[in-house]
Design a protein around this ligand. Sequence first.
Ligand SMILES: [Zn+2]
Length: 137
Amino acid sequence: MSSQPLRPVPGPDDASEPFWEACARHVLLLQACGGCGTLRFPPRPMCPRCNSFEQAWVPASGRGRVWSWVIAHPPVLPAFADRAPYNVIVVELDEGVRMIGNLLETPNEEIAEGMPIEVAWEDVEDGVSLPQWRPTQ
Ligand SMILES: [Zn+2]
């Protein structure tokens, strides 16, 4: 038995289950409206543009840029204490939607607006993988 505090993991709902199921296979999918084609993230049942409940799932490029970021300092949740200070970035994907994640393989002081980045999968437990980010290789 580990004494390491448990890290929170995603709790998929009906709308986001396809997204997380793909993440477990290291595939980044985006939800697209079946009516007007608008991409939406986070996944949700209804399109905010045309109110359609139709949807499709399309592969994302996995590439984007740093749009914004913060550095989290203690106090943080116990599960993250050994990581602090750590970055939390807003990624703007090439497709235009924004996601939150951590920028790996990068000292916090080297993070810059507009940095080109790509998805880097972090397997957190059996069947659960998080889309994280690293500088474009
Ligand atoms: Zn729509």
